[in-house]
Design a protein around this ligand. Structure first.
Ligand code: CLF
Ligand code: SF4
Length: 496
């Protein structure tokens, strides 16, 4: 608990520092937000639903956390990328087993996490089987949480086969967010992904199975959209099977009102014991995934910040605090205390407004001063959240990647790595891997970096900068870009 107070305090200090700097320098750097998740890009009702959901809003993922509880073990289909020994791979890393919980245990765990992590805003049920098929347990868990923690958003992830039977109950429970995994809209392609489904008390195979699954998924999407429930579609990209086809999926789900489309790379390995793992089906590489995402421009909005969470994930996206909250660590009796969370939300409200104003003014400055035809640049950022550059280079286990050009700054993706610094010392072989991970990156922004890694990065053509420690990401990225374009910073210009 103390740790969170410290984290909140340091964020507040960082906020004050950045504000002071911005005032002193007359908004010294330029920036842009580029995110389609800003309030001005959607109606107020939709913004109210997504603004605190770390998966539905890229901006929110800097401030808010989610957790999953594994209460629904039964599943009604078989995906070739799933091994039932593990959890549903449609919304979690394959090969991961979570702690199975009863609805009562799950509700208790949610209270324990909410008391400890003020950033928690969403509870997701994504298996370990199918949450809509194992409905009794899913529903009981949601009801318990709703009664005891009314400020937590409820989020459901499903393959869609059983969902049409429960859509109205979702509405009654005020559930605003549903993820449907849709890997095809052509049942022929489905035959290569789904060997069977269990439907109306019978196992169905081949084309018949895929046809039924497809029709129920489309029905689910239509029903959810009609009722104003936001739908995120997850698709697993499987090279040679549905990779090109996902363009069609993207168009179709947009037509049917999906709010977001999350194209996830297949993660496949023989040790997972899945059909695809055993037959050598590979997943896409980062370039193939990006190419497909870029080709989807103009279709359904894409989610690009998914971390393919662990099934028992707890914390900010990309952060894994699940091991701090296993059931043996959760007290038998726990009472919800909303105070710290209310304080945090008040702080976030102000902080994100400050950040938006700073980013907008910086964007205006960039647009006004950088020639339209100026090239784009990729910048990696080490961040622990809060939308700021607040992590040491050696501690980063992932970098957030931003693209910047004359139009502004856009989040593109994240790249994972092992942290270079372990136990206070940098490890040379790890640095080599980090440098590989950062291929194509022009500049790294971090809170601190030592001389050795900075020199090695420079030798690989990557500039590491710590001068923007604790600044907002967008304003700093923009300032670096302006600098690279040979433009004076606002501060320098003013002095001159
Ligand atoms: Fe969980 Fe999924 Fe809800 Fe998010 S995850 S059920 S929508 S609360 Fe988020 Fe994790 Fe990606 Fe899922 S980062 S795997 S998209
Ligand atoms: Fe596995 Fe989920 Fe597919 Fe069921 S829906 S087979 S649990 S990946």
């Amino acid at each position: 608990m103390a740790e969170n107070v410290v984290a909140l305090d340091s964020l507040q200090i960082a906020s004050r520092n950045a504000l002071t700097q911005a005032m002193e320098s007359d908004g010294c750097s330029s920036s842009s937000c580029g995110s389609s998740d800003a309030p001005e890009d959607m109606d107020p009702e939709t913004w109210a639903k997504v603004k605190d959901h770390p998966c539905y809003s890229e901006e929110a993922h800097h401030y808010f956390a989610r957790m999953h509880v594994a209460v629904a073990p039964a599943c009604n289909i078989q995906c070739n990328y799933c091994n039932r020994k593990y959890d549903c791979a449609n919304e979690s890393r394959p090969g991961v087993v979570s702690e199975r919980l009863t609805p009562e245990q799950a509700a208790r765990k949610v209270i324990a996490v909410a008391n400890e992590i003020p950033q928690l805003s969403v509870l997701g049920i994504a298996g370990p089987g199918d949450s809509a098929y194992d409905w009794r347990k899913t529903k009981e868990t949601f009801q318990r949480v709703q009664e005891q923690l009314p400020d937590i958003k409820l989020c459901l992830s499903t393959n869609g086969l059983a969902l049409p039977d429960h859509v109205d109950e979702l509405l009654d429970m005020n559930i605003d967010h549903v993820t449907l995994t849709i890997n095809m809209i052509d049942p022929q392609i489905g035959t290569e992904i789904y060997p069977w489904i269990f439907w109306e008390h019978k196992r169905r195979h081949g084309l018949e199975a895929s046809q039924i699954l497809h029709e129920r998924q489309m029905q689910s999407l239509d029903m959810l959209h009609e009722r104003g429930i936001l739908v995120k579609v997850n698709s697993v990209m499987i090279p040679g099977i549905n990779d090109k086809h996902l363009l069609e999926v993207n168009k179709e789900v947009k037509k049917r009102g999906a709010f977001l489309h999350n194209i996830m790379p297949l993660i496949s390995a023989a040790e997972f014991g899945t059909v695809f793992g055993l037959n050598g089906q590979r997943g896409p590489n980062a370039a193939e995934l990006k190419e497909l995402q870029d080709a989807c421009a103009g279709g359904a909005n894409l989610m690009r910040h998914c971390r393919q969470c662990r099934a028992d994930a707890v914390g900010l996206l990309g952060e894994d605090r699940g091991q701090e909250f296993t059931m043996d660590l959760v007290p038998d009796e726990v009472t919800y205390d909303p105070e710290k969370r209310e304080t945090y939300r008040e702080w976030v409200k102000k902080e994100r407004e400050d950040r938006r104003v700073a980013a907008e003014s910086a964007k205006a400055e960039t647009v006004a001063s950088v020639a339209e035809e100026a090239g784009a640049m990729l910048v990696a950022v080490a961040t622990k959240g809060g939308g700021r550059i607040n992590q040491h280079f050696g501690h980063a286990t992932e970098f957030q990647i931003f693209e910047v050009d004359a139009e502004g700054v856009r989040f593109v993706t994240h790249r994972r790595c092992d942290n270079y610094c372990v136990g206070g010392y940098g490890e040379e072989d790890k640095l080599e891997l980090v440098i590989k991970t950062l291929e194509g990156i022009d500049t790294i922004l971090c809170a601190k970096i030592g001389d050795c890694p900075r020199e090695d990065l420079a030798a690989a053509g990557i500039t590491a900068i710590q001068d923007y420690a604790y600044d907002y990401i967008e304003t700093a990225v923009s300032a670096v870009y302006r600098d690279r374009m040979g433009l004076p910073s606002a501060e320098t210009a003013e002095i001159a």
